[in-house]
Design a protein around this ligand. Structure first.
Ligand code: NDP
Length: 329
């Protein structure tokens, strides 16, 4: 069977040369274990940060030779573990390889009643991140004017809908016209291009009274524009800084960062794994939105198996996804 390995660590732009497929012997059925075949792998921007030598403390770093891993929806092909049956759908963090022997620890069964693929997006890590950052930490209300960047992507699309549901005025951004058209089609009226040279002016024009909440996913010049548009006493939930992940260290903070202090803006950074204890509450709140169809969620599914994963990941940094990117194996 094949598995996907980091061939060497990138220092700047990720390319195909940074990956390698390896041929290894597949695991067989084992007592006390599940034999899984991952059918869909999630591909996410944070994977690039796992390749940074300085990395982040909350997740292990990938070095040359590391087998890549990610959230996956896997079919149970054989079960010698009580409580699991052949044909179940299992969701969890799995190595990027064709067959996986697993002791079940940390796996969740996708229950009947929701589409299994929802567990890789609105009911999975990206939905959880959006819910944590917006609902739990951002706490939007009808008094808020909220900015959500990269809102045609996975986390942003869910976060923006949660802010709207809370009654806030929501401004969303996306870097391509078809993405902005999709955002308009699901009911957002204020849709801007964070890649436009005059984004800062556009933002201030759309929010003359200023933003009270910035759900930051992009960083760089888009973040600087948001800072300029912040109202005194507002808050910034720092979800991610995707524009910075391919920059060589040291990565720069926006030039106007000090303005946040001048204006008394609270800065709230977070990483989802630190909030695992809230996962069941998240599911209780999010599942009805998914099963009732009230939440718009969109998958960007690439075909081609393990071989397609490097291109799928590289493409995220060019913004070539619309919705949550996954790869079918
Ligand atoms: P997305 O589906 O939003 O895909 C990434 C998008 O980011 C692209 O489509 C593109 O959108 C935009 N983008 C990429 N590179 C650049 C760039 N150089 N400049 C401007 N825009 C860029 O990914 P996710 O929803 O999975 O992740 C969104 C953010 O949330 C990321 O910052 C990620 O790190 C963060 N995150 C944080 C977590 C946490 O625990 N705090 C957990 C999961 C994600 P466009 O074409 O519109 O420009």
């Amino acid at each position: 069977m094949q598995r996907l390995v980091l061939a060497k660590r990138p220092t700047r732009q990720l390319t195909q040369e940074h990956f390698r497929l390896e041929e290894v012997a597949p695991p067989g059925p084992q007592d006390g274990a599940l034999l899984l075949y991952p059918r869909f792998m999630s591909v996410d921007p944070y994977m690039r940060t796992r390749m940074q030598p300085e990395g982040y403390g909350y997740i292990s770093h990938w070095m040359s030779g590391s087998v890549l891993s990610g959230y996956a929806l896997a079919e149970v092909m054989d079960s010698r573990l009580p409580g699991w049956s052949r044909g179940d759908w299992a969701v969890g963090h799995l190595p990027m390889q064709e067959w996986v022997a697993h002791d079940g620890h940390g796996l969740r069964r996708a229950p009947a009643g929701t589409p299994p693929l929802a567990w890789l997006h609105p009911l999975g890590m990206t939905g959880f991140t959006a819910w944590l950052g917006m609902q739990l930490l951002g706490k939007p209300s009808p008094a808020d004017c909220v900015l959500v960047g990269a809102a045609a992507g996975a986390v942003g699309s869910i976060a923006a809908q949660l802010a709207r549901k809370a009654g806030a005025r929501v401004i969303v951004t996306a870097g391509r016209e078809d993405k902005r058209a999709w955002l308009r089609s699901i009911g957002f009226d204020h849709v801007l291009d964070h890649r436009a040279a005059d984004f800062s002016e556009q933002l201030r024009h759309t929010t003359p009274e200023g933003l009270t909440l910035d759900f930051e996913t992009i960083g760089g010049s888009a973040f600087a524009a948001a800072i300029d548009a912040m109202r005194s006493g507002g808050r910034v939930v720092v979800c991610g800084l995707v524009s910075q992940y391919q920059q060589e260290a040291p990565r720069r903070a926006p030039h106007n960062m000090a303005r946040l202090g001048e204006r008394g803006v609270a800065v709230i950074p977070f990483v989802a794994p630190h909030f695992e204890r809230h996962f069941e509450t998240f599911l209780d709140e999010m599942s009805p939105l998914v099963t009732s169809g009230r939440l718009h969620w969109r998958l960007d599914t690439m075909q081609g198996g393990l071989e397609a994963i490097p291109g799928a990941l590289i493409g995220l940094f060019d913004g070539d996804n619309l919705g949550k990117r996954i790869v079918a194996l």
